[in-house]
Design a binder for this molecule. Structure first.
Ligand SMILES: NC(=O)C1=CN([C@@H]2O[C@H](COP(=O)(O)OP(=O)(O)OC[C@H]3O[C@@H](n4cnc5c(N)ncnc54)[C@H](O)[C@@H]3O)[C@@H](O)[C@H]2O)C=CC1
Ligand SMILES: O=C(O)[C@@H]1CCC=N1
Length: 269
């Protein structure tokens, strides 16, 4: 079954979440090797290397370093990224054209944009590939499936997908914090307020995910005519301030991804 063996190059927050997701999904730990000079420990059964392996061939190389570190590692990976090896990158902003300059001999390239929910098998994932035939692309999707919901995305939209789905958990966490702090300001015990906020977001997201109607209709169903939810929504919806704030947030994140991509393009010339 492809990939028989997988080498992570850097396995911090995001790489670690993906690794945890595969292990949770039943993939054998022995199929994974991690090269990371700074990681304290790898999960049980996963080989952790402080030096790049020599004379070994991996089916899949997963780049899990920061985008700004690409050129700190790429040169040393030439021998590992040969014609039997697919290179998969989770790096924000960095385009496949930039990757193909660094890994010209690789069997193919895959870009994936997951988020930390991969650890629970609940990550949305944008996926794009280069140099892989239909069968290999199907294998990539099957390989990513234990992490959540992979879907093909045109690479030109990757920076937007990264802003929404990659960074998105951070924005949701801010909203959870705001709910919890609001409840505490109204007199609830802060810990109880956070518990209530978390359970509310968890249940609301699960309900919306399984619903055949959209979030707008679900919000309407919460709101009794003349009731208290509408009184709250009249504040939240005023002047579409929330919509503008979220759009501004996603735009800033998307634009930073564009900058990171441009830096990688310029450095590769
Ligand atoms: N954190 C997140 O939620 C998401 C991150 N990403 C992408 O994932 C990538 C990694 O981000 P994080 O996991 O957040 O960063 P991180 O800093 O947690 O992980 C990076 C890892 O690389 C290791 N490392 C440093 N120098 C190295 C070297 N020379 N060779 C090998 N490994 C080295 C570090 O020890 C660390 O474990 C980034 O490119 C980011 O754009 C993508 C989606 C979501
Ligand atoms: O903050 C970052 O740059 C990365 C990309 C998406 C989430 N974390």
């Amino acid at each position: 079954m492809w990939p028989a063996n997988v080498l992570f190059i850097g396995c911090g927050n995001m790489g670690g979440a993906m690794l945890a997701g595969w292990l949770r999904g039943g993939v054998a730990a022995e199929r994974f090797t991690v090269y990371d000079p700074f990681l304290e420990a790898a999960p049980e059964g996963v080989e952790l290397l402080r030096e790049l392996p020599e004379g070994r061939v991996f089916d899949l190389l997963i780049l899990g370093v920061k985008p700004q570190m690409l050129d700190g590692v790429a040169g040393a990976l030439t021998a590992l990224a040969g014609r039997d090896t697919v290179v998969l990158s989770m790096l924000a902003g960095v385009e496949m054209a930039s990757l193909s300059l660094r890994f010209p001999d690789a069997r193919g390239l895959v870009r994936v944009m997951p988020n930390l929910s991969a650890a629970l098998g609940k990550s949305p994932m944008g996926v794009a590939a280069m140099g892989l035939d239909h069968e290999a692309r199907e294998c990539v999707m099957a390989w990513l499936a234990p992490l959540g919901a992979p879907e093909w995305v045109d690479e030109s939209l990757f920076d937007a997908v990264t802003a929404l789905a990659g960074s998105g958990p951070a924005y949701v966490y801010r909203f959870i914090d705001a709910l919890a702090q609001g409840g505490a300001a109204l007199g609830l015990d802060p810990e109880q307020s956070l518990r209530l906020a978390l359970a509310t977001v968890d249940g609301a997201a699960a309900l919306a995910s399984g619903s055949d109607v959209g979030p707008g209709e679900l919000a309407r169903r919460v709101s009794s005519p003349g009731g208290s939810t509408l009184a709250g929504l009249s504040v939240l919806d005023a002047g579409d301030a929330l919509g503008a704030l979220v759009l501004g947030t996603l735009t800033a994140a998307r634009d930073r991804n564009v900058e990171l991509g441009a830096m990688a393009r310029a450095a590769g010339k």
